[in-house]
Write a protein that binds this ligand. Structure first.
Ligand SMILES: C[S@@+](CC[C@H](N)C(=O)[O-])C[C@H]1O[C@@H](n2cnc3c(N)ncnc32)[C@H](O)[C@@H]1O
Length: 151
């Protein structure tokens, strides 16, 4: 997953929703132009802050990601970490608003083999006409959806 994100982030302004300990943010920083990453849990933020101290292109913010990112962007890549599990359509609208036209939205931690119908995340990402999206396996037990914002 990190190898994929490292490639997709290349040259882009990136937003990561859910930093945890900053592991993926550090990988994104290797290729991205800039990375904004947000984490709710103060203890995780403290660990991430240490890990990311040497990454001059990373901005680490503590608090609710929807609050912090509202009105920011647009970003060339928005990584919605599986830990967030947004199912509310309003949340997805807010996330989509962060992505620039032609930019990418990545959602990991999808359980493989589930139908689209009845799965709020899949219905939004794979059926919304504003997106071109595909789902694929990155491990035997984990799928990812990569969606590009059209127009
Ligand atoms: C699976 S972890 C993130 C892992 C990280 N992206 C990585 O790959 O290294 C998900 C994180 O999202 C955080 N989180 C959940 N809801 C959040 C919110 N509304 N705002 C900010 N962070 C949130 C959790 O505290 C948790 O640390």
């Amino acid at each position: 997953m990190q190898a994929l994100l490292r490639v997709l982030a290349t040259g882009k302004d990136v937003a990561e929703m859910g930093a945890a300990y900053g592991e993926t943010a550090a990988v994104l920083a290797e290729t991205a132009r800039s990375v904004v990453t947000v984490e709710l849990d103060p203890e995780r933020v403290a660990v991430a802050r240490e890990r990311l101290a040497g990454c001059g292109n990373v901005e680490l913010l503590e608090g609710d990601v929807y609050e912090h990112l509202r009105g920011r962007g647009p970003f060339g890549l928005v990584f919605v970490d599986g830990g967030l599990r947004p199912v509310d359509p309003e949340r997805w609208e807010a996330i989509l608003a962060l992505v620039e036209p032609g930019g990418l939205l990545v959602k990991d931690d999808m359980t493989p083999g589930r139908p689209i119908e009845g799965d709020e995340v899949r219905e939004f990402l794979l059926r919304d006409p504003r997106l071109a999206a595909t789902e694929f396996l990155v491990a035997a037990d984990m799928a990812v959806i990569v969606a590009a914002k059209l127009g």
